[in-house]
Design a binder for this molecule. Structure first.
Ligand SMILES: Nc1ncnc2c1ncn2[C@@H]1O[C@H](COP(=O)(O)OP(=O)(O)OP(=O)(O)O)[C@@H](O)[C@H]1O
Length: 267
């Protein structure tokens, strides 16, 4: 809880509780250009977005606005210090929210070929870098479900694999997965990968829907807990990094999602 952290960290309360909201504007896609669509969003400065609507120009304020020419590097530059914060014992959550096709998956994961990797693979690269630099030991496993909540644990909906070159691959899993645990150990730059999962019926993350031919109608939540031991005084701190690519925020009726897909999307 914030109170506990205040006691632990004294005056750093503000930093611990701070929420920052960024807005990213994506460029028009080829199909939008083909349909003759035009841009109705503008950012007059780094903090303001204006949107043309039937009731006039609407203005919104953000902590930062990234215009359509901003790169994946630009986005990560502004979030990367949070990775160090997680290693330092803070709880950090980065999530993407927006309607289908707005660019959440592109921002968080990247394009399919990973030529333009997004926040998640970059975050892991940065984390491995910090770990290697500090000669730390890395223990990595998927979160376990919280049986008290009575809900299916969303963090069980993923599987991620690191190759020896620390490349990042990921597959979204259906919520029917009963248990997933991936463990990866990195000691002094040498990586050992062990993985284990019961029920390997994962399915491809891209599902075709009425609003977006490549829509991912599931939430993706990756949680990493970082345990750091101070070898001078033996104190142990825990930081948590949660990286989330939410399902589209539009009304379900518009998407055509049904049954299991709809259940997963609503959770
Ligand atoms: N900043 C960007 N630059 C270039 N292409 C982009 C950008 N953002 C998104 N795209 C492209 O736009 C398309 C839709 O983006 P994306 O799949 O990330 O949307 P989404 O918000 O995750 O949608 P859904 O909620 O349905 O999963 C993709 O083909 C993606 O590659």
């Amino acid at each position: 809880s914030p109170e506990e952290k205040v006691l632990q960290h004294g005056g750093r309360h503000e930093r611990l509780c701070k929420i920052r909201v960024f807005c990213r504007i994506r460029p028009l896609s080829k199909s939008e250009i083909g349909r003759g669509s035009r841009i109705v969003v503008d950012c007059p400065d780094d903090y303001t977005v204006t949107v043309e609507s039937s009731r006039g120009l609407k203005e919104f304020q953000f902590d930062k606005v990234f215009n359509s020419s901003c790169t994946q590097e630009d986005i990560f530059e502004d979030t990367s210090r949070l990775i160090q914060s997680a290693v330092d014992g803070y709880n950090v959550c980065i999530f993407a929210y927006g309607q289908t096709g707005s660019g959440k998956t592109f921002t968080m994961i990247g394009d399919k070929e990973l030529k333009n990797p997004g926040v998640i693979p970059r975050a892991f690269q940065r984390m491995f870098h910090i770990i290697e630099e500090n000669k730390m030991k890395f223990d990595f496993k998927a979160n376990q479900g919280d049986s008290r909540s009575g809900r299916e644990d969303l963090s069980e909906q993923f599987i991620f694999i690191f190759t020896q070159k620390l490349q990042f691959h990921m597959k979204r899993l259906s919520h029917t997965i009963s248990y997933v645990a991936i463990k990866s150990t990195l000691v002094h730059g040498e990586e050992i990968i062990t993985d284990k999962y019961e029920n390997d019926k994962y399915f491809k993350c891209y599902l075709s829907l009425e609003m977006n031919s490549e829509s991912s109608r599931s939430h993706l939540i990756i949680g990493v807990t970082v345990e750091s031991t101070n070898h001078t005084n033996g104190s142990v701190t825990y930081g948590k990094l949660s990286l989330v690519d939410l399902a589209g925020s539009e009304r379900a009726a518009k998407t055509g999602a049904k049954d299991e897909q709809l259940k997963e999307e609503n959770s």
